[in-house]
Design a binder for this molecule. Structure first.
Ligand code: PAF
Length: 284
């Protein structure tokens, strides 16, 4: 892979990378389609990274659908597919980690200790190996994308980090490889995340900017779903991921909710229409 990357760079080509853990869905397809428009060669990786799963998380049962993933990669005209073995990525004497302080400790980082250390370490390795000019990530994992951007800036990486919109099912559920864990009843209940975000959006459209009030709305909506157990529902600054009091700058409304044993995340990105404007633009 490194040899191929060196060659492409020597030919002044624009290398694109879509890193994945497989179990591809339309969200991944949208990253691949965007990367394909902007880069050649386009590389994608499939690696279920053990270092980003906690001891009691779903590493063993994480969906592995290699054959159909390969088909989808082919359909997306991915030119190089990088599928390393865990022992290749993490040999026995592996002992170097990348950790973004502060940002990695909040929200997802608090609920999933060690998770972001695993993510930044593997993404750093993938960027080193594939040497992409542009690497593509989904906004569903907004905190992950923000942390990777911070890492790329702090460590002067040569890769531009591109964050792409969330892709949703027609009923609003954000696409995720983990949605396959949901039984039909849970699948129905899982729409409560996007319904809660919609409810907060509606209030902001009507002029509400008060974060505690919007948070109450989120909670009420989420608590009305019998199968949902809220991990967090917060409104945070889009840069620092620290809680805000008023939604008067770029913010994320971030949710993590258990539906049965399945932990789902979702978010709504909100930003002022123009600098200093009180009018907001919503990206659901
Ligand atoms: O978002 C994911 O699928 C993973 O966290 C990533 C970025 C491929 C790293 O393993």
């Amino acid at each position: 892979m490194k040899e191929k990357a060196r060659q492409a760079r020597a030919e002044n080509r624009i290398i694109g990378l879509v890193p994945t853990m497989g179990a591809l869905h339309e969200g991944h397809a949208s990253l691949i389609a965007r990367a394909k428009r902007e880069c050649s060669p386009l590389c994608a990786s499939i690696f279920v990274n053990p270092k980003q799963f906690g001891p009691n998380e779903d590493f063993a049962k994480y969906p592995r659908t290699f054959e159909s993933d390969c088909e989808k990669m082919k359909r997306g005209r991915v030119e190089a597919l990088f599928v390393p073995e865990a022992a290749e990525m993490y040999p026995k004497d592996f002992s170097t980690y990348v950790y973004v302080e502060g940002l990695s400790e909040r929200l997802e980082g608090k609920s999933r200790p060690g998770h972001f250390r695993g993510v930044t370490t593997v993404v750093m390795k993938l960027l080193q190996i594939v040497q992409p000019h542009r690497a593509y990530f989904g906004r569903k994992d907004a905190q992950q994308a923000r942390i990777i951007m911070q890492m790329a800036g702090d460590l002067n990486l040569d890769s531009e980090i591109v964050v792409c919109p969330i892709v949703r099912e027609p009923d609003g559920l954000a696409l995720s490889s983990r949605n396959v864990y949901l039984n039909p009843e849970q699948r129905k209940a899982a729409t409560v995340l996007s319904r809660a975000l919609e409810a907060a959006k509606k209030e902001m459209e009507a002029g509400s900017r008060d974060a505690p009030h919007l948070q109450d709305t989120l909670r009420r909506k989420l608590d009305s779903e019998r199968l949902a157990a809220v991990d967090y529902a917060e409104i945070v600054d889009a840069e620092s991921f620290e809680p805000v009091v008023r939604v008067n700058r770029a913010c994320y409304i971030v949710l993590a909710v258990f539906i049965g044993k399945t932990r789902l995340i979702d978010n709504l990105y909100v930003e002022p229409k123009s600098s200093g404007s009180d009018e907001l633009v919503f990206h659901l």
